[in-house]
Design a protein around this ligand. Structure first.
Ligand code: ADP
Length: 489
């Protein structure tokens, strides 16, 4: 099959979160099974192009938005071994900025995010047409690429170039929908008459890119089975549960995989000491060095709790903040790596002052340090309010860093609560979104940490789990295959 992938980030080029990991990893197993894959990304100024030689495509064009013409050029590179290519949609005005989505000066979304991703998605379709490459499957990710299924069935329908292409929209996080004021609808380039109350684009009087994608895509996937159910409920449907329920026959949950070439303690190049199931001594050495780096005392009996997270309400850190004093009264140490909301920056800075020999907050984005914390910590805390899939808990399992998670979304699908009666389990899981439930669970984990034999068994049970991409990629390939067959019916 010819598979076109469209997203706003992909490792190793650019990443702000799990989306980048997924879009970077999934094409490889698909290309390895001889599908032809072309991945399209915006050409941000900040793009890590070290992975392959990026050159200019000898084609350029223009995209009109509200009758203003914007120039489009395209850069391109290919994987050395696989039938896998990357294309970067370039426009200096739209993409040469400090951040991907947010204006650092105001800490708000760029005011023209709609135009930026209208330009991007139209640019993708124009480029693919110019290349005369007719995709069987168009796999788009999140609101930034959600207009593609719409365009294929509207603006680009008459040309017929995509008439045999099937579209799949993957939702990585329903909380981010791409909503804009209604007067901006014209920028999309469709007749104004298509925007009315209850139209696919309309959401409480605003324009909603993700909603339109959900209505127009042939299939919708999300990143865990549990989340596929949760987003059809009032509680976690972010206002789109009605639309999603209407499409439930076409909505599938496929758990993200982990790229174990990047996230595996036995071959991780970013950690001081590698280790594996049969010999965990490297893990202890990573811990000792990390504690030294942060000038924390080395205390073997005290579990080191790690957090690597966007500092957003979604991640449940408000729950932790409420009980932090009680947690830090126990014999534990904590290192938090994250950036995000100012309120969390302030809270964690304060804990650092209050608990100088127990708590450190590193309020930056640092991929190397993220690997090291995974390798060094004894426990990993992820008490999310909601969690579409979550990657860090899966990394943690592989690194023998026992996860403490809430039973929600992908966390529920991947971490099994430890039961002392049976000795089975890979982590510590709680249900109620309450500080008390979290405190009980951390206490349970800290007490169990004292029982070394049992603790090592929990660590090893987690390390044996396999959440590799091959399994997830197989599920995507099956879904794509079914869709592809439908077009021949
Ligand atoms: P989300 O996509 O909601 O942010 P995930 O757990 O799915 O959450 O993925 C987060 C990814 O981003 C992981 O790879 C994690 O290691 C990484 N990450 C998050 N915050 C940081 C940070 N401050 N520094 C380095 N990596 C981070």
């Amino acid at each position: 099959m010819k598979i076109l992938v469209v997203a706003s980030e992909a490792v190793p080029f650019v990443k702000t979160g799990g989306l980048g990991d997924v879009v970077g990893a999934l094409p490889k197993p698909l290309a390895r099974t001889n599908h032809q894959v072309k991945v399209f990304l915006p050409r941000y100024e900040k793009l890590n192009t070290g992975y392959c030689h990026v050159g200019k495509l000898g084609w350029s064009g223009t995209i009109s938005i509200n009758e203003k013409k914007h120039s489009l050029s395209v850069e391109h590179c290919r994987d050395k071994r696989l039938p896998l290519e990357f294309y970067f949609i370039r426009n200096h005005h739209f993409f040469d900025r400090d951040e991907l989505y947010i204006d650092k000066k105001t800490n708000r979304d760029y005011a023209d995010n709609d135009e930026r991703f209208i330009f991007f998605t139209r640019g993708v379709l124009e480029t693919v047409t110019a290349l005369d490459w007719r995709p069987d499957i168009i796999h788009v990710h999140d609101w930034q690429a959600s207009l593609i299924p719409v365009y294929v069935k509207t603006l680009y329908k008459e040309e017929g170039f995509f008439s045999q292409s099937k579209t799949v929209l993957t939702i990585h996080n329903l909380a981010y929908q791409g909503t804009f004021d209604s007067e901006r609808f014209g920028a999309i380039g469709l007749p104004e008459a298509m925007f009315y109350a209850t139209s696919p684009f309309e959401f409480y009087g605003k324009v909603n890119f993700l909603k339109a994608g959900i209505v127009y895509a042939d299939k919708i996937t999300t990143v865990s089975r549990r989340y596929a159910e949760e987003i059809q409920t009032d509680e976690l449907g972010c206002g789109l549960n009605g639309v999603l329920s209407q499409r439930k026959e076409d909505l599938v949950g496929i758990l993200n995989g982990v790229d174990y070439t990047v996230w595996s303690p036995s071959r991780d190049k970013k950690i001081p000491y590698t280790y594996h199931l049969a010999n965990l001594s490297g893990k202890r050495m990573n811990k000792v060095e990390l504690l030294r780096r942060f000038s924390l005392p080395v205390r073997d009996r005290a579990p080191l709790i790690g957090v690597i997270s966007r500092l957003a309400d979604q991640k449940g850190l408000d729950l932790f903040a409420e009980i932090a004093d009680k947690v830090l009264a126990m014999d534990v140490q904590m290192i938090i790596l994250g950036t995000g909301d100012d309120k969390y920056h302030q809270i964690f800075r304060e804990f650092e002052t209050r608990y100088p020999d127990k708590f450190r907050a590193c309020l930056t984005f640092d991929d190397d340090l993220a690997h090291w914390i995974e390798a060094a910590a004894d426990m990993f805390l992820m008490p999310s309010q909601f969690e579409p899939c979550g990657l860090n808990q899966m990394y943690s399992l592989k690194y023998g860093t026992v996860p403490i998670v809430r039973e929600v979304g992908g966390l529920a699908d991947t971490v099994e609560d430890f039961k002392p009666e049976t000795g089975q389990g890979t982590g510590f899981v709680f249900q109620d979104y309450s500080p008390e439930a979290l405190l009980d669970t951390i206490t349970r984990a800290v007490q169990t940490f004292g029982k070394r034999r049992i603790w090592t068994k929990i660590m090893k049970s987690g390390m044996r789990k396999d959440y590799s991409w091959d399994r997830s990629a197989h599920e995507y390939a099956e879904l794509f295959g079914k869709l592809n067959n439908m077009k021949n019916d």
